[in-house]
Ligand binder design. Sequence first.
Ligand SMILES: [Zn+2]
Length: 154
Amino acid sequence: MLARRSGSQQRTRRFNETRGMMDSMTMTATMTRLDNWKEIRQRFEKSKHRRQFQFGEAEREYVSSRGMDIIRRHASDFVRKRLRPANPRNDGRQTPTKGHPVFIAQHATATCCRKCLSKVHRIELDRPLTDDEAAFAVNVIVQWIADQMNTPST
Ligand SMILES: [Zn+2]
């Protein structure tokens, strides 16, 4: 008799093989600013502090059970409410360091607050983000998450 995979293993596998790939293809097609993902990644991977933010089992399970479309929606929501306005409330402390995979991704990618967006991604302070800048932040978060999901956990 064939051994059956558990539901969660099947979900993870499906995610890696279809959803993950589909999402990165859609992203490349629509978002020209991430053409230089390698260069963008180097901006935040230089920081030892930021490299410490990595997915554990809980984050992987959360992302694979919801799928990337939902994760992208959550990321857009956080960016719109907590980053987009000029001088957001409690800037520098508006993004918790745990509790949602998107939060981890934001700290890892320097999209956690306007100070980090300014310092690492050269996006001006003291004004609302443009549509492009908000989309850029969301895409960086989603791309980083897709990378984590395609990297075996350590
Ligand atoms: Zn920050």
